[in-house]
Design a protein around this ligand. Structure first.
Ligand SMILES: Cc1ncc(COP(=O)(O)O)c(C=O)c1O
Length: 380
């Protein structure tokens, strides 16, 4: 963190939205509205200018950024998927579509919350390690707050979203090695240089988990109780833990009659949470790094160490949930199924939770109840 007096010329605020700003400086949605180009509502752009302006007072900057956050992030749709229900023979499946967030995934929630936190606490830089979705979300959130952003990308991984990350003005640092190595380097740099550390498992974990808890509140707002189960994809397990904590809070406050079961899915043999559940180990055990094979489909789901793994595993067990692996082919098939049956274009990796729900239902049929499946958009 620096004192804010000297702006870095490569600062994120200089670069973002080149694709949006046209001739007279006014914005047109059409200028950037291709499916690959994340957009925020153009009328909010002046607020980003205020949030990024270090000559303004902090309350003014925070207020502007909060309006952007409230307007653009979260409150994603929850819709009943009757055609999928018929297809798999389980009633009352709801799809919570995180694709409505600006960069198409739930990562926007924690990226914007942390950018706001970074502003409030006087940081000028934010960093994270990511192969794609999270990095894109942090790059956008940082650019709108005028924060310099450093994204550490593991060298050998597919990183489809690197162009978007660059377009949002973030600095990209390629780290030789895997995701875990990139997290380590990003974290060390954060400590050394005083950057805001947006990595999972670091000093801002509580904020991340609390923010994911808002997904639970939104589901409750629609259903007026907790569903029987939440099915979702896992990598580090942070999203799962955050949603669980949201439901625990609702339950403790007397709002819901139960806490949902948690059902997790991930890529075959490449996620410690699922592996540990299947092997029935007491803790979430690391996998062998050399076993991890990154593909264009499984990239959001794989790791040899799940940072919130112990917690996620205990939630799955405590709630009498379920966890299972799936293959790239099945993920692609499910994404196609959702598009054909429900008209929703989803990221194949994000269907891993639905695959696990169906897997469990086939082995031991669930009763008719309400089941919520978390999905993300397919921008990646
Ligand atoms: C689209 C998507 N879904 C799920 C996950 C897994 O989330 P978590 O690491 O919180 O388990 C990721 C992680 O990057 C992701 O990008």
């Amino acid at each position: 963190m620096d004192d804010g007096a000297n702006d870095n010329p490569s600062h994120g605020q200089e670069k973002p939205f080149d694709g949006l700003v046209k001739n007279n400086g006014s914005l047109s949605l059409l200028d950037a509205a291709t499916p690959q180009n994340p957009v925020i509502t153009p009328e909010l752009y002046p607020l980003s200018k205020i949030a990024s302006d270090r000559t303004r007072s902090l309350p003014e900057r925070l207020e502007s950024y909060e309006i952007i956050l409230d307007s653009e992030v979260g409150d994603t749709s929850l819709t009943r998927a009757r055609n999928i229900e018929r297809e798999i023979g389980l009633r009352q499946i709801y799809l919570k579509f995180e694709g409505g967030n600006p960069t198409g995934t739930q990562k926007d929630r924690i990226a914007f919350a942390q950018a706001l936190d970074a502003l409030r606490r006087g940081y000028n830089e934010i960093t994270v390690a990511s192969c794609g979705n999270y990095g894109t979300a942090v790059a956008l959130a940082a650019s709108l707050a005028g924060l310099r952003c450093l994204i550490y990308i593991p060298g050998g991984y597919y990183a489809h979203r690197v162009k978007e990350i660059a377009r949002f003005g973030a600095e990209i640092v390629r780290v030789p090695g895997d995701y875990e190595e990139a997290v380590k380097v990003s974290r060390i740099e954060a400590e050394k240089e005083g950057y805001y550390d947006a990595n999972p498992g670091g000093s801002n974990t509580n904020l991340q988990l609390k923010t994911y808890g808002e997904i639970a509140y939104e589901i409750y707002d629609e259903l007026r109780d907790a569903p029987a189960a939440i099915a979702l994809p896992v990598s580090n397990g942070s999203t799962l833990v955050g949603i669980y904590k949201g439901f625990v809070s609702l339950y403790n406050r007397g709002k819901t009659s139960r806490i949902p079961r948690f059902i997790a899915g991930s890529s075959y043999g490449m996620n410690p949470i699922i592996h540990s559940f299947v092997k029935n180990t007491s803790k979430c055990i690391d996998l062998k790094p050399e076993r991890i094979r990154n593909t264009s489909v499984n990239e959001p789901l794989i790791n040899w160490r799940s940072i919130d793994g112990d917690y996620a595993l205990s939630v799955i067990r405590q709630t009498r949930g379920w966890a299972s692996f799936t293959t790239d082919k099945i993920l692609l098939d499910y994404a196609r199924l959702i598009r054909e049956k429900e008209g929703l274009s989803v990221l194949p990796a994000s269907t891993a939770g639905l695959v696990a729900l169906v897997d469990r239902h086939r082995k031991e049929p669930f009763p008719g109840d309400r089941y919520v499946v978390i999905l993300t958009g397919r921008k990646a």
